[in-house]
Design a protein around this ligand. Structure first.
Ligand code: NAD
Length: 323
């Protein structure tokens, strides 16, 4: 494990091999990310259509991948991508990303297959979006090498990766995973504890929860709720997050000075708003309301077009503000 980061620097040339288990939305994104940086990518996915789907995805998205990875080859290096048996996918690799279904049992089964053939020192990075790493590693023979490395979609473009370990994960594995991904251009944040949904999904779903509540309460229609985020909240969050926005609201010379005013003068208003936030549950009525909202917002638009447009915007924002 300790040697991995040293072999990972740079953005072109042959960097060695990485093993991926699962080539759905996230596995395809990691495939693009590593191919753009000169790696050979060995994928295991039992779905018969996985290989063609992944190669089509790469061809379709490559112009954007190149924009998000300066120095990447101008066309997809398909010859560096191979679909393998589980045994061959881990042969000779130091880093393995697990991108299988979001289920503790399914992931534990995948780790069993990986550990049956992989080098004992190989690092296993799970893309899980919110499962507890202590549970994921429970049956592993080398649990110290299991690290959650949670990316966001589109993986090739969004810089953030959340890194966290379970009770048995070693500090060295966390350090090596962080260093490896940082060297390749990811923006790594380390979580100090295991919490469901980690950090990004908790923040995201706090906003989703209130959006659903406002929709159900008839505060505004679905399109207006979207517009509030797209035209108001998001542009302010491009460079600073929720805490920065709060910190600058008070005025003054420094963040601390401004935040002091905020907590002094706005505390009653903030508490009143907090106490009024909704906590909807997923009843059938709520599910129906969400499907109707999606229909009102997106209508007959092809979903693949919507996602492609979103991903192109992500690439542009990252290129403009974060590179
Ligand atoms: N979709 C997202 O936006 C997103 C974002 C971040 C993290 N994640 C997480 O990433 C993981 C993968 O999510 P996804 O959206 O790519 O799912 P997906 O359903 O698109 O892909 C999962 C893939 O795993 C494959 N698979 C099933 N069993 C396998 C096995 N035994 N070995 C290898 N591959 C196997 C499937 O054939 C499928 O291609 C999940 O843990 C998910 O929570 C998803």
């Amino acid at each position: 494990v300790s040697d991995v980061a040293a072999t990972s620097s740079g953005t072109s040339g042959d960097r060695g091999s990485v093993g991926l288990f699962g080539a759905g939305v996230i596995g395809s994104g990691w495939t693009a990310f590593y191919l753009a940086r000169g790696y050979r990518v060995k994928v295991h996915d039992p779905a018969p259509e996985a290989e063609q789907r992944t190669r089509d995805y790469l061809d379709r998205t490559w112009p954007q991948v190149v924009r998000s990875a300066p120095g990447a080859p101008t066309s997809v290096a398909h010859e560096r991508l191979t679909f393998e048996s589980d045994v061959d996918a881990v042969a000779g690799v130091d880093i393995i990303h697990e991108n299988g279904p979001e289920s503790v049992e399914r992931k534990q089964e995948i780790y069993g297959r990986i550990e049956a053939s992989a080098d004992d020192r190989a690092l296993i990075l799970s893309s899980s979006g919110g499962l507890m790493p202590s549970l994921l590693q429970a049956d592993m023979s080398h649990p110290e090498r299991l690290v959650v490395a949670h990316p966001l979609s589109p993986v090739y473009a969004l810089p953030l990766v959340e890194i966290l370990g379970g009770a048995k994960t070693s500090e060295q594995s966390l350090d090596t995973a962080s260093e490896h991904l940082t060297t390749l251009g990811k923006h790594v944040i380390r979580l100090h504890k295991e919490v469901p949904g980690y950090l990004t999904n908790r923040l995201t779903f706090a906003l989703v929860r209130e959006a659903v509540h406002c929709l159900l309460e008839g505060v505004a229609d679905a399109q207006a709720i979207e517009d509030a985020v797209v035209y108001g909240v998001t542009p302010r969050y491009v460079l600073g997050g929720a805490l920065t926005s709060l910190a600058v609201a008070g005025g003054g010379d420094t963040g601390a000075e401004s935040m002091t005013k905020v907590v002094t003068y706005f505390a009653p208003a903030i508490e009143e708003w907090w106490s009024d936030l909704g906590a909807p549950t997923m009843t059938q009525d709520v599910k129906d309301a969400l499907v109707a909202a999606a229909d009102a917002i997106l209508g007959d638009r092809q979903l693949s077009d919507v996602v492609a447009e979103r991903d192109a915007a992500v690439v542009e924002i990252v290129e403009t503000f974060h590179s």
